[in-house]
Structure formats: C-alpha cells, structure tokens
Design a protein around this ligand. Sequence first.
Ligand SMILES: NC(=O)c1ccc[n+]([C@@H]2O[C@H](COP(=O)([O-])OP(=O)(O)OC[C@H]3O[C@@H](n4cnc5c(N)ncnc54)[C@H](OP(=O)(O)O)[C@@H]3O)[C@@H](O)[C@H]2O)c1
Length: 312
Amino acid sequence: MERVTGGGVQSALLLASVGGFLLYRLLGRLRAKAALQDAVVVITGASSGLGKECARVFHGAGARLVLCGRDAGRLQQVVEELITSTRDKKQQTHVPSTVIFDLSDTQLMDRVAEDILKCYGRVDVLINNAGISYRGNILDTQLSVQRDVMETNYFGPVALTQALLPSMVRQHTGHIVVISSVQGKIAIPYRSAYAASKHATQAYFDCLRAEVERYGIFVTVISPGYIRTNLSVNAVTGDGSKYGVVDTTTATGRDPKDVAQAVLKAVRHKSKDVVLAGPLPTAAIYLRTLWPALFFKLMSSRARKEHKPKNT
Ligand SMILES: NC(=O)c1ccc[n+]([C@@H]2O[C@H](COP(=O)([O-])OP(=O)(O)OC[C@H]3O[C@@H](n4cnc5c(N)ncnc54)[C@H](OP(=O)(O)O)[C@@H]3O)[C@@H](O)[C@H]2O)c1
C-alpha cells in the first residue's frame, strides 16, 4: 500500500476544494440560466434601441415577454423579428405579448398593470427601460419641459413599478430593473432635466431595494454611459421641440447588444447596482464623491466650452 505523505494530503485537499468551488460556480450558472426559461419579463421601451435588444436576449433565454411602448406597429415588427430570429434554434421560446401605453400618462398605470398581468397571470422581471433625453440651457428651458422629462423618466417607471409591486409581494418573488444612466450619478451641463430625472430614479429604486428585499424582490439599477441608439435624436430641447441630432458621443457609444447582454447578466446575478461605463466616466463618479470641488470646477469649465445657443 502506498504511503500518503502530509504534502500529498494537502494537495488532494486543495484539488478537492478547487474542484468543489468550480462545480458550485457551474451549478450556480446553470441554475441562473434555467431561471429565465418561461419567466415573465416585462420590458418598457421595447420598440427600439436598448429595449429592443433586451427583448432579443430575454426572448433567446426562453422568457415569456410582455413588450411595451406607444407604437403598436413598431412593437409588432419587433415581435415578428424575434419569432423569425429564433425559429431554427433549439431553445424553447415564446411568442411575445404587447401592451401599448404612454408611460407619461401615470393615471393609467393601474389599468396598464391589469393588462400586463392578464398576459401571463404574473410578472417575474420588470425592466423599466423606456426613457427620453434632453439637450438645453437651463436659462432657456421651459418648466413644462423639465416636468415632461420627469413624467416619462421618473414618474412613469415609479407608477408602473408601484402598480405591479403588490402582485410581486403576493407571489413573494420578483425582480425590478431600471435603466438609469451615468447621469444618474453625476450631473453634466446642458442635461439638467435628464440628469435630474435619472438622479431621482437612482434614489427611488435604492429606497425600494431596501424596502422590498424582505418579500424576496430584487432591485437592480443599471447606469450605462453612451449607447449607440436614437436617444439623442429623440431628445427634447428647452422649448419642447425635438433635438433631432445624432451626437458624436451617442454615435460612438456602446453597442446596445452588449448592454443588453450586461442587463441579462445583472438579472441572472441579481446585481444591485451596475455601472457600464469607461474609465473616464467611472473616475468622474468617484471624483464627485471624493473631491467634489474639483469635479464642480471641471463641470464649469466644460459648460463654458460647450455654451449652447438658445434652445439647442
Ligand atoms: N443611449 C444612451 O446613450 C443611453 C445612455 C444611458 C442610459 N440610457 C437609457 O436607456 C434607456 C433606453 O433608451 P435608448 O437609448 O434605447 O433610446 P431610444 O432608442 O430612443 O428608445 C427609447 C424607448 O423609450 C420609449 N419611450 C419614450 N417615451 C415613452 C413614453 N412616454 N411612453 C412609453 N414609451 C416611451 C420609446 O418607445 P416609442 O417611442 O416607440 O413609444 C423607445 O422604445 C433610456 O432609459 C435611456 O435614458 C441611454
């Protein structure tokens, strides 16, 4: 019989622990992957940009989707694209449902929640993605514009979340995701309405996370930097007219497909707060907290350089 030395026992123990750890991680991944099969996932702003890409990845993961937006025709087109894209795949997928509503019409939200719940009888994941941006100088911006951006980006997701929350509390499980922005963590000049709405979003969902954890409900705030979508084209200016320009920052931003994959990963890992930005915006977020005087100086200098003529 072979003698097992002290060193041999140690190596065997080490190998067993590494193997056990890897197996544990693998099982965790498989469990997280399986959790989305047949899960009911609601996505607002699913007609374009990041929402459309989220629809693609969650559909591919086997989720039962409820796609939301204001334009029934565009949403139907997304549904058809999804069905075609997964026709030959092995993964079991479902034909998505659609619910049409304007997020800024917060009075409607109880009825909207009923319509959403009628689709599959429950909601497992709510992705508050829809939003609108803004470009303008505070001096030239009408108060009604500040309010309108707040209605779509803040009160809309809050009203929808609150209307769906009781059903999640009853089922004692659920996951609420909100797509905020780096501008929910730092405010940059000429984006007042947008940055304010995203700061409010961050605060509300941070409070919600703490309050609903006891019901088995998770909250994820995702803060991306620039993404290559139509957000700047659809942005409003100080007088409420459409900005209509693809900004260079947006045109050179992240691919929405990659951001959607990061949203899927955050849902699978039940991440609480995710920043998807490069080193410069990430450093700016830390600077705002650790050295605010320098951050404010840099923002003032940026505002002087970028001074915008009236209403642009
Ligand atoms: N693009 C970026 O650089 C960037 C960076 C950070 C965060 N984000 C955030 O990412 C999210 C998605 O934006 P995106 O970049 O994909 O822009 P997008 O292509 O313009 O998509 C915005 C979506 O929101 C929907 N929407 C807008 N107003 C609505 C309303 N009142 N009611 C219902 N739906 C409404 C639009 O749907 P319909 O017009 O069809 O109704 C559209 O599907 C937003 O919350 C945005 O703030 C974007």
